[in-house]
Design a protein. Structure first.
Length: 98
């Protein structure tokens, strides 16, 4: 859901800056594609990690990786999830809504 909100806000911003729709769409694509690709790549990695069938690898995941992930400060995950400055979402809301 966060990604959809960010996509919408970025699309509005890029279309409002552009002289025409094709230019705005190209700017939107250039801005969003790398970030969405990074989210998809991370999601695929986590999916593969969750579906491990090798007992040794599952042990390492459950006993080593998961406890380490729980102790991480979450900064990288938060940056990946946010993708854009929060101000862009505030700017996309009608006056008084945010």
């Amino acid at each position: 859901a966060n990604s959809a909100l960010v996509d919408a806000a970025v699309l509005v911003q890029e279309l409002s800056r552009a002289p025409d729709v094709p230019t705005g769409l190209a700017a939107y694509d250039a801005r969003r594609r790398p970030k969405v690709k990074a989210v998809a790549k991370t999601s695929a990695r986590l999916g593969r990690l969750a579906e491990l069938t090798n007992p040794v690898l599952r042990f390492v995941r459950d006993r080593v990786l998961m406890p380490l992930a729980g102790r991480a400060d979450g900064t990288a995950a938060a940056r990946l999830a946010l993708q854009e400055p929060v101000e862009i979402l505030r700017g996309a809301l009608p006056a008084g809504a945010g």
